[in-house]
Write a protein that binds this ligand. Structure first.
Ligand code: SF4
Length: 767
């Protein structure tokens, strides 16, 4: 029997209740288990929580809606999840319902005062809802009318005035249908959350190693001699990565952590599934910690390159993998030439690190015969991110760290299927070979001109170039940069359509007409099909494609599966004469997989292989046979100028981070436990000396002003919290601080917003 469905709806955050405690020194432990269970039981009761957690990340079960960390090929434990995976599941399988009564009781004006935490805690949306121009409340609409309205709007405007956004939770089959719908309509306007997170990784890896994905397996992490964890907080954002790091340590490997914030999960892991994690002191992880300045990574990697080459010159044949470099790469001579000299003063200024610290890490790199570089958003969201990642590739190529055990590149993806969505063709700049393949398969003519990425979509909103915005999951208005500008523009769009599970801010800053279409989540049983229940598939961060199948009874009979919603939107917009058989795909997902098999390389025999125990791993030349799908067929060294962030006088560099109770824009709770911050989110973590030098006190209330190319953005009422971050580099939570990221503050080449490249100053809040 389910019981104890507590506290719905929750009180909203009261920033006056902010509490500050000393940061923790270890991640996970028993507390992680208790928090996970408490959150699950509060949302869904004991039975439903147990039923879902026992199937989470299990074979035949459902894939975690949290991050994209892979599962083991071997024996799986009964609890194959982390605290944050359990919280993500609790959010989704909640028994709370935000039905028509909820929307009738709360006006848009009232909801716009609420935080994301409060909105998300109201429960699952149970019926399709609509709000029309001039109305103050959403009200129910039958599904058929909702689809007719979408069809009408799309038919009455140009295809390129429609934008189709995708969040990284979207499964492969849905994503494939969704991009096919956009292209059948005639547009490549397919921005996705990847544009805002790892786009820089793809932009750097594609031209240098011929694939925009990582080149390692879980096994490689376990067996690596040296792992770099750069700009990443695995304890919160990819918690089960800590088990892999611990395994590496147990096998004799070393770990170097590079991060402006000394995150607990970088230092010690208390695995609650081991005795030492429960009653002992846990497992130390990091051997060398470099507390780098935000944006100083490129200079650090150039310095490491310099030191490695200097050692090679001293002792030829000991550092550079000459055979690999000669046979498999291009551009080494130019790279060697560029790294011959180094300005140590500038390197120290850029990184905040001493020559000794950098030399110690260079020596570890020189000794290692199998090195992996892992990285995340700490280095993908700056103006020079693409070049920074290219410098990582240079280091890996130099020592032949591709296609051998324990070595490679590992961009750690955030959202559970963000990598798979791109594989399925969710991309505003599709390759010609992909478009040709879908055209042949379906008898359509896809547009060849590129579409909008996320930032370009925002600019198109601002320029009134968009009539219809469809959002497959996600919370675009909060996830993107320059929130203030974006929200004003979003309200002018003719029709916004949100395919969602729970209320969020994007429903509140809606277009002139707005639809919310409630959908099944990962945990829900999807069985309203002629052939019975269906399953979907996802691709994890290490290119493994596997199935995901929910089994819980949905909270409402009105929910539709995402492939069904896409099919019905497409039928309404494209008409009955369209050559694609949308209905066949929506009725039987094997039909979608058969199409995918014929269109996308690597999916041979998709319907059989997806039914095998572990699914299958997609081909990856760099990983599989040390060859590179670049124009020259070689791994490409590159040469970049030194570049780093220098804040104007009186300003600091500000980066955004997530709290431990948060996943992307979703706040599960208000406890950033490892950093010791609870009951408040409008905080600026700032070095104590910076506080003093800028003339402020700890816990003082300030307004934050960012400057970019002479323009300012302002965010009010943040509390300054003295914290051991790198001097000159402050941190604040996203999405609260996204309002400070000017829309033109982006990473060159990838156009990813500069969430980790803001220059800010403070004024007293009452000034
Ligand atoms: S590590 Fe990521 S995928 Fe695994 S359970 Fe945690 S949040 Fe989910």
């Amino acid at each position: 029997m389910d019981f104890l469905i507590q506290g719905a709806p929750v009180e909203d955050i009261d920033e006056n209740s902010l509490e500050i405690h000393p940061p923790k020194k270890a991640a996970a432990g028993v507390k992680a288990v208790t928090v996970a269970l408490e959150r699950g039981i509060a949302q869904a009761g004991v039975t439903r929580t147990a039923r879902s957690l026992l199937r989470l990340n299990q074979r035949g079960g459902f894939d975690c809606p949290g991050c994209a960390w892979p599962e083991s090929d071997g024996k799986r434990k009964a609890a194959e999840f982390c605290e944050n995976g359990a919280k993500a599941v609790a959010e989704e399988n909640t028994l709370r319902v935000a039905g028509p009564e909820f929307w009738a009781a709360h006006s848009i004006a009232e909801l716009s005062e609420k935080t994301e935490y409060w909105l998300g805690n109201q429960g699952r949306i149970s019926e399709p809802m609509i709000i029309r121009e001039g109305q103050t409340h959403y009200s129910p609409i039958p599904w058929a009318e909702a689809f007719d309205l979408i069809g009408e709007h799309m038919r009455s405007t140009a295809a390129d005035k429609c934008v189709f956004y995708t969040s990284g939770r979207t499964a492969n089959e849905t994503a494939f249908m969704y991009q096919l719908f956009a292209r059948s309509l005639g547009t490549n306007n397919l921005p996705d959350c990847s544009n805002m997170c790892h786009e820089s990784s793809g932009s750097a890896l594609n031209p240098t190693i011929g694939v925009g994905k990582g080149t390692v397996s879980l096994e490689d992490l376990h067996n690596s001699e040296l792992i770099f964890v750069v700009g990443q907080n695995p304890g919160t954002n990819h918690p089960r990565m800590l088990s892999a790091l611990r395994e590496c340590k147990l096998n004799g490997g070393n770990i170097v952590a590079i991060n402006p914030l000394p995150e607990a999960g970088l230092f010690n892991f208390k695995d609650p599934q081991t005795v030492s994690g429960v009653v002992g002191s846990g497992s130390p992880l990091t051997d060398e910690y470099l507390q780098i300045k935000v944006g100083g990574d490129l200079a650090l990697f150039q310095a490491l390159g310099h030191l490695l080459l200097a050692e090679e010159e001293r002792k030829p044949g000991t550092v550079v993998d000459e055979e690999f470099v000669t046979k498999n790469t291009d551009g080494f001579d130019a790279y060697q030439q560029a790294r011959q000299t180094l300005d140590w003063n500038e390197t120290t200024r850029a990184t905040g690190l001493s020559r000794e610290q950098i030399t110690t890490v260079a020596e570890m790199l020189i000794r290692s015969k199998a090195t992996i570089f892992c990285w995340a958003l700490g280095i993908t969201q700056q103006p020079h991110s693409v070049n920074t990642i290219k410098e990582i590739v240079n280091l890996l190529l130099m020592q032949g760290n591709f296609g051998k055990p324990g070595a490679g590149a590992c961009p750690v993806r955030g959202h559970s299927n963000v990598q798979g969505d791109r594989t399925m063709g969710i991309w505003e700049k599709p390759k010609e070979s992909f478009l040709q393949a879908i055209d042949e398969e379906f008898g359509i003519k896809s547009p060849r001109h590129h579409g909008y990425d996320a930032v370009e979509a925002m600019e198109a909103f601002i320029d009134d170039e968009v009539d219809v915005f469809v959002s497959m999951g996600g919370n675009f208005s909060l996830a993107c940069s320059d929130t203030g500008q974006l929200e004003v523009a979003m309200k002018r769009i003719g029709l916004t359509v949100h395919i969602s599970t729970k209320p969020n801010r994007s429903h509140i800053v809606h277009g002139r007409t707005s639809l919310i279409l409630p959908t099944l989540g990962r945990t829900d049983l999807d069985d309203k099909h002629p052939g019975g229940s269906q399953f979907l598939s996802v691709e994890d961060s290490m290119s493994c494609v596997h199935s995901t199948k929910g089994r819980l009874k949905p909270v409402s009979e009105h929910l539709l599966a995402e492939p069904v919603i896409v099919a019905r939107m497409a039928e309404a917009a494209l008409g009955a004469a369209h050559p694609v058989n949308w209905k066949a795909m929506a009725e039987d997902y094997d039909v979608i997989r058969d199409h995918i098999e014929r269109v996308i390389p690597g999916f041979d025999d998709f319907n059989s292989r997806i039914r095998t125990k572990n699914g299958f791993v997609l081909p990856n030349q760099a990983r599989d046979n040390r060859s590179f799908d670049t124009p020259l067929g070689r791994g490409q060294f590159s040469v970049s100028p030194i570049e780093y962030l220098t804040a104007p006088a009186g300003h600091l560099v500000l980066q955004t981070v997530r709290s431990h109770d948060q996943y992307n824009t979703t706040s599960y709770g208000v406890d950033d436990r490892y950093r010791g911050i609870s009951n408040g989110r409008r905080v600026i973590l700032i070095d104590e000396e910076d506080l003093r030098e800028l003339g402020f006190q700890n816990l003082e209330l300030v307004d934050v002003i960012s400057v970019f190319r002479g323009q300012e953005r302002r965010a009010e009422n943040f509390t300054l919290v003295a914290y051991p971050t790198t001097k000159g580099c402050a941190a604040a939570y996203m999405p609260e601080a996204n309002v400070l990221v000017h829309k033109e503050n982006v990473s060159r080449e990838s156009n990813t917003p500069g969430y980790k490249a803001m220059f800010v100053r403070f004024t007293r809040a009452q000034d």
